[in-house]
Design a protein around this ligand. Structure first.
Ligand code: ZN
Length: 73
């Protein structure tokens, strides 16, 4: 009798956040958002400028830092 070992496929840690769209607006200036910051208290979205401006402050406490500023190019 053969024993079938259950292969433990690597559990992928996928942070499947929806991509930012034109409908996502910077919380500070209202421009199109390209950066989403997931905090324990909720999400913030920023334009490229304000994402960069707040990066030092928020990055250390962010659960996820979703940067889509490469879409700007
Ligand atoms: Zn902004």
């Amino acid at each position: 009798m053969e024993q079938t070992e259950s292969t433990n496929e690597a559990v992928e840690e996928t942070t499947n956040l929806p991509a930012l769209t034109a409908a996502d607006r910077c919380d500070i200036c209202g421009a199109q958002a390209f950066i989403r910051v997931v905090l324990a208290t909720g999400d913030l979205v920023f334009c490229g400028h304000h994402g960069t401006a707040n990066k030092d402050k928020l990055k250390p406490i962010a659960i996820t830092w979703q940067d889509e500023t490469d879409k700007l190019n």
